[in-house]
Design a protein around this ligand. Structure first.
Ligand SMILES: Cc1cc2nc3c(=O)[nH]c(=O)nc-3n(C[C@H](O)[C@H](O)[C@H](O)COP(=O)(O)OP(=O)(O)OC[C@H]3O[C@@H](n4cnc5c(N)ncnc54)[C@H](O)[C@@H]3O)c2cc1C
Length: 412
């Protein structure tokens, strides 16, 4: 242990929140060790991410310069009816990036010697002087603080706040990445510079180009990223989607190669009749669609003794708001500030951090729920129906879904 360091912090989860915490807390001089369950496979977990001001600010604070080289520029939004008619357009220049590209940007900033891939958190215990963290392979480490950056289904949170569980929203996102070279020329002519939406009754599909394999942004070598939100109301429907051919249930998420063929076939068949012809082309040409159920979650607390919750482990807003990565970054940036403050003691600084982040998290979840109000179970109150009606309008979707300026819609 470095005797000069102001303290030692163990971070579990080496994705967005974990890497931001690692980078920013190391900058303050803390000894930080990041432990990540996945091996190198983490880097290839790809999908599109819409960027906005908050994301750029967070990267800047982490000392990571991000610019056009991190994504594909879209000039605006376009909404297309299932029959292919253009319903409207909306100017909103935006850079569309990908999870893998952001991960690699961050990972380069964090020293290999302090990033432990393939380490699965098992348990921890706390005493007056710190925490002892244990991993499934028998490793054990000591720290002053344990940061839980282990995502939506956080196993650390399950130990400190067992009653705090994400609430399934009643719908799931089918997603896919298609090699743009495999798409017809008409597809790219109409959609290449656009963030495109299609709104079949009670559903929502979107798509845009992102960097291709090896983060290649060269036209012809990129991927088209699509997301299709579809209802699957109730616990039984969700369990069925997450059960593989052998009858094994994967409640924390089903790997793409285990999704039952019948579900993929049904999704493909529905695409042929429910989505616009250009989107059908994208679905047809996607070799390995994958599935992500949608949840709402705000933890009641973020500071539990020496355990600090950040990123999706702390709060998960529906992806229509597109804020997940920025919120993870912001949680980390403000946590670093709490560790930097000298005007109050550490506990008070952390209490201020918790209050600030919970206020933001509740506003983000509330807004993202209204954006998804027309998906999933039918609204049962007049207010709910009015909210659903407003948010399903193409003009609302184009202006507000994963917007560049989400902050203006948040009510604190
Ligand atoms: C359909 C969809 C679209 C989205 N679109 C956007 C978008 O456009 N913009 C945006 O900003 N966000 C978007 N998001 C959200 C974004 O992906 C997440 O908010 C973000 O990845 C959260 O980062 P995180 O580090 O907190 O959690 P995660 O990325 O989930 O990382 C948690 C990490 O912890 C590790 N871990 C878990 N358990 C253990 C354990 N026991 N031991 C060790 N390690 C463990 C996991 O392997 C993982 O690497 C979208 C999400 C979905 C589902």
């Amino acid at each position: 242990m470095n005797s000069q360091a102001p303290g030692r912090i163990v971070v579990v989860g080496g994705s967005m929140a974990g890497l931001f915490c690692g980078i920013l807390l190391r900058r303050l001089g803390y000894e930080v060790e990041v432990y990540e369950r996945a091996g190198e496979a983490l880097a290839s977990r790809g999908a599109g991410i819409a960027t906005h001001r908050e994301l750029y600010a967070a990267f800047k604070q982490a000392g990571v310069r991000i610019d056009r080289a991190m994504g594909v520029e879209t000039a605006g939004r376009i909404a297309i009816a299932p029959d292919g008619t253009v319903l409207g357009t909306h100017p909103m220049p935006q850079i569309m990036t990908s999870w893998g590209l952001l991960y690699r940007f961050l990972r380069r900033e964090y020293p290999d010697a302090h990033y432990h891939a393939g380490a699965v958190f098992a348990d921890f215990s706390e005493d007056a002087d710190g925490v002892t963290v244990r991993f499934e392979d028998g490793r054990e480490t000591r720290a002053d603080w344990l940061v839980a950056a282990d995502g939506l289904h956080s196993s650390i949170r399950a130990k400190v706040l067992p009653a705090a569980v994400p609430e399934y929203a009643g719908y799931a996102a089918w997603r896919g990445l298609v090699d743009e070279a495999a798409l017809p020329a008409s597809f790219l002519e109409q959609l290449s510079g656009q963030f495109a939406f299609c709104l079949p009754e009670g559903e929502h599909m979107l798509g845009y180009l992102v960097a291709g394999p090896n983060d290649d942004l060269t036209p012809g070598r990129r991927w088209y990223n699509w997301v299709w939100y579809r209802p699957a109301v109730g616990a039984a429907a969700l369990a069925d989607l997450l059960t593989d051919e052998c009858g094994r249930h994967h409640p924390l998420g089903i790997p793409h190669h285990l999704i039952r063929a019948e579900h993929i076939a049904k999704m493909r068949a529905d695409a042929e009749i429910r989505v616009a012809p250009l989107f059908r082309e994208a679905v047809r040409r996607t070799e390995r669609p994958f599935l992500q159920p949608i949840y709402d979650f705000v933890s009641p607390r973020l500071v539990c003794g020496r355990v600090l919750l950040v990123g999706d482990a702390a709060c998960t807003a529906r992806p229509h708001i597109g804020l997940g990565v920025s919120k993870a970054a912001d949680d980390a940036a403000k946590l670093a500030h709490a560790f930097y403050r000298t005007d109050v003691d550490r506990r008070s600084a952390l209490a201020d951090w918790e209050a600030d982040r919970l206020r933001f998290a509740r506003a983000a979840v509330k807004h993202s729920r209204s954006l998804g109000a027309y998906l999933g179970p039918a609204q049962t109150t007049p207010e709910g129906r009015a909210l659903a009606e407003f948010n399903r309008r193409p003009e609302t979707v184009m202006a507000r879904a994963a917007a560049t300026d989400p902050e203006r819609y948040l009510e604190y």
